[in-house]
Design a protein around this ligand. Structure first.
Ligand code: PLP
Length: 409
């Protein structure tokens, strides 16, 4: 008899996005002639950079010739991409990495979800509230999150983010073994300053904690003094793993490529307190369970670091950030409190008239025909907020803002 991993039974269904889909479907059935605009989506709308398309087409040609065909690649990625990442994403920010510290993958979601494989289920886990749900659910699956109580998962420490702390978690007063930080943040759209990130690194070093730093949106940072990588902070290589993604940087949501940095000097501990290098464990995990990202994909990712690629990527990011600015000023005009959207493609809105997240969602859907994401779906502290993304088409964002201004003015 095969016995299941019962932890999966503890997971709720993905209530947030299925409930949104259900309500939008019901609306469209009742009002089939209305043009519904979705500003709730977390997916991009602009096509791949031309440099990546050309590089992938060339790689496909290579795969079709006996002389240049490639089969399995190195599990941790091809040197050409690893070296391009080190040279372009880290060295200019004063961070030196060796190729063995960079692991190419099929995206940040897999790596954020899989990293728990090399960590004991007895660790305590800290997350912000609201939070990107993958961090919590992957810990539920392994049993690390404990049991669901009225206050959330018993082994998860929730760090509320609200107007009182500018949506940035306070440094915990107690010990937490593993802490997930995501900056620029999804869903709240905020970033951490260098000083704020230094405080986290100091906490982690003092407490022997591990920071899992998700920098999937670093390319959206506009202000020059905001750190893009946690390794810009002294000592971070001793306490942090960093996840990055080509999804939102270069439109790779459907192509799939990301990477994870596990520094050689990063250690965690055996139950009796002996330090063990995390790099060796992650390498072993990846070599056993992952057979590498496709050669074609990695050539496409490498191409974003060419001069043309960089220009094209920057253009697309400017396009989305111009949406963000436009949306933010439209909400400010009608007197809605709006946060984020300056160094991130996400806007975090306080609902007007004390409406709940879902009440405001319905109002937007029925009266402006615009879909937003209820903040409460990301955690209890998200109640009374909604998330909007800047990833839509410019004309859709403009039309949505006109409708919302008419409605709320
Ligand atoms: N991390 C965060 C915070 C995200 O919002 C997302 C995607 O929405 C991901 C990771 C996933 O990225 P990828 O497409 O590389 O799996």
């Amino acid at each position: 008899m095969a016995i299941i991993n019962e932890n999966y039974l503890k997971l709720s269904n993905n209530y947030l996005f299925s409930e949104i889909a259900k309500r939008v479907k019901a609306f469209k059935e009742n009002y089939p002639d209305r043009n519904v605009i979705s500003l709730g989506i977390g997916d991009v709308t602009q096509p791949l950079p031309k440099a990546s398309v050309d590089a992938m087409a060339k790689a496909v040609e290579e795969m079709g010739k006996i002389t240049t065909f490639r089969g399995y690649g190195p599990e941790h990625g091809y040197d050409f991409l690893i070296n391009a990442i080190i040279k372009n994403d880290y060295l200019p920010r004063g961070v030196e990495l060796s190729p063995s510290e960079v692991f190419i993958s099929d995206g940040a979601k897999s790596d954020c979800g899989n990293i728990g494989d090399i960590l004991s289920i007895n660790n305590s886990v800290g997350v912000t509230d609201p939070v990107y749900p993958v961090y919590v659910d992957s810990n539920v699956m392994s049993g690390r999150a404990g049991n669901l109580t009225n206050a959330g998962w018993s082994n998860v420490v929730y760090m509320p983010c609200n107007t009182a702390n500018n949506f940035k978690p306070r440094i915990p007063q107690r010990h937490i073994d593993i802490i997930y930080l995501c900056y620029p943040n999804n869903p709240m759209g905020v970033v951490l300053s260098k000083k704020e990130l230094e405080d986290w690194v100091e906490y982690a070093l003092e407490n022997d904690s591990l920071i899992l730093f998700d920098a999937a949106y670093e390319a959206y940072i506009q202000e020059s003094d905001i750190p893009h990588s946690i390794y810009e902070i002294e000592g971070a290589k001793k306490c942090a793993i960093e996840f990055r993604s080509f999804s939102k940087t270069a439109g790779f949501t459907g192509v799939r490529c990301g990477y994870t940095i596990v520094p050689e000097e990063l250690t965690a501990f055996t139950p009796d307190g002996k330090p063990v290098g995390m790099n060796r464990l992650w390498n072993r995990r990846q070599c056993t369970k992952f057979n590498g990202t496709s050669y074609i994909t990695q050539r496409g990712a490498e191409a974003i670091y060419t001069e043309q690629g960089q220009k094209q990527v920057k253009n697309t990011i400017s396009y989305y950030m111009s949406n963000a600015r436009h949306m933010k000023s439209a909400f400010e005009e009608v007197g809605i409190d709006v946060y984020g959207g300056e160094n991130a493609p996400y806007l975090w809105l306080k609902t007007p008239d004390c409406l709940s997240s879902w009440e405001f969602f319905d109002r937007m859907l029925y009266e402006a025909n615009v879909v937003v994401t209820p903040g409460v779906g990301f955690g209890p502290s998200g109640e009374g907020f909604v998330r909007l993304t800047a990833f839509g088409r410019k004309e859709d964002c403009s039309e949505a803002m006109n409708r919302i201004k008419r409605l709320l003015n």
